[in-house]
Design a protein around this ligand. Structure first.
Ligand SMILES: Cc1ncc(COP(=O)(O)O)c(C=O)c1O
Length: 396
């Protein structure tokens, strides 16, 4: 029989793969200035420190680390995450309420595996991170988008949606959101925790950018206001140590975490022991925050340079002014189309991600996301000049 007749699972209906990953393929051209990704700068990856730690670990505990490990995770890492979570995210969590995962992407997958039946409703911010939107769709959930403003997701609308739609889960990125760079206000964090327990909705709180703050004051996590276990917190070391290590974690109440652990058994058995041990050592030696402070200095410069140039960029109507993270979200003047203009930009050597892909129902073709972490100040200057020329020439 012809392989063309292969019938794929219904869950793939209407799912075409990440548009961003498709854009990345266009960018493999020498000299391309990419504002499209969300990767840390090469200079922010602590390769030498990781090499030394890995060598020590393998010489000291190689026979254990190279063996199969527990699905529940590398025990020392679960322990070292406890003070880290208290210090950075302001909540108490016991080691057995923490599951190390293969990137926080896996935390989202496991939560959906544990909770979502086809047709269940999941509330998302509009716009939101494409990768996790795709994960939710693969579990055949119905997306219920709720708009956001300067202070993050609109909680007044959220309460109405909780009342009317009875969703199973809310997916929210509270700090330096992807793609907008916005941060959820303190009041809204408290309100979301209260609404979750009032209406029985699991909140998947995804906070990988929190440590990348360049100005303003830190805010406690939504989970720190959760007294009944409705908030499942997903963290990641991808943006502050290395995305290639694929180490993240999920903190949730024990019953939910147990279901996720069972789900993980058939996903990947466990997260790579060596990678968990590298992150554990990084935390135990107090290497993380000095490293974060160092990278924040250059990211802040990069962001401010880009913001300064955006202010003078033709065709740009408005843009967010984040206090941290990796992204700025911008809007072109009415009638302009960032999807159509992308090819012209790529042909002239600069790329961004059209904002439409981050919206549950598309639209918003005049929006686009810019990343600044992967470009030098000089590349930001040149790339923004190219955008200025193209946008100015295409003003309506
Ligand atoms: C909001 C958000 N969540 C999760 C992830 C993925 O993180 P990880 O590398 O830990 O899977 C990203 C990566 O870009 C992200 O922007």
């Amino acid at each position: 029989m012809d392989i063309q007749h292969l019938q794929f699972a219904d869950r793939f209906d209407g799912i075409s793969g990440s548009a961003i990953r498709e854009i990345f393929k266009l960018l493999a051209v020498p000299g391309m200035i990419s504002f499209a990704g969300g990767n840390p700068a090469a200079s922010a990856l602590p390769d030498k420190a990781c090499a030394e730690i890995a060598r020590e670990l393998l010489l000291d505990k190689g026979k254990t680390l190279l063996q199969y490990g527990a699905t529940e995770g590398y025990a020392p890492l679960r322990e070292s995450l406890v003070p880290y979570l208290k210090d950075r995210f302001s909540f108490d969590c016991a080691p057995d309420e923490i599951l190390p995962v293969t990137g926080s992407t896996q935390a989202m997958d496991l939560l959906c595996k544990a909770l979502i039946n086809p047709g269940d409703k999941v509330v998302i911010e509009n716009p939101t991170f494409l990768g996790n939107m795709q994960c939710i769709k693969l579990y055949q959930a119905q997306l219920v988008p709720v708009d956001s403003d300067e202070d993050g997701i609109r909680v007044d609308e959220l309460e109405e949606v909780f009342k009317k739609e009875h969703p199973k889960m809310l997916y929210v990125i509270p700090t330096f959101q992807n793609p907008t760079g916005r941060t959820l206000s303190l009041e809204r964090r408290k309100k979301i925790a209260a609404l979750a327990s009032r209406y029985g909705v699991v909140v998947a709180e995804d906070d990988p950018y929190r440590d990348l703050r360049y100005e303003g004051s830190e805010l406690p996590s939504i989970k720190s206001f959760d007294h009944e276990g409705w908030v499942a917190f997903m963290g990641s070391f991808s943006k502050v140590i290395s995305p290639g290590l694929r180490v993240g974690f999920l903190c949730a109440n024990k019953t939910l975490l147990r279901k996720c652990t069972i789900g993980k058994q058939s996903s990947d058995v466990h997260t790579a022991n060596l990678n968990q041990a590298i992150v554990d050592t990084y935390l135990r030696r107090d290497l993380l925050m000095p490293h974060v402070r160092e990278i924040c200095q250059s990211y802040a410069n990069q962001m401010n340079t880009m913001l300064g140039l955006l202010a003078k960029c033709g065709g740009v109507a408005r843009y967010t002014r984040p206090q941290g993270g990796l992204f700025i979200f911008a809007e072109l003047e009415k009638g302009m189309d960032a999807v159509k203009l992308l090819q012209t930009c790529v042909d002239s050597g600069v790329a961004y991600v059209p904002g439409t892909y981050f919206y549950a129902a598309g639209g918003h073709e005049n929006t686009f996301r810019l990343n600044f972490s992967m470009s030098t100040l000089e590349q930001i200057q040149r790339g923004m000049e190219k955008l200025n020329q193209i946008f100015t020439a295409n003003k309506q």
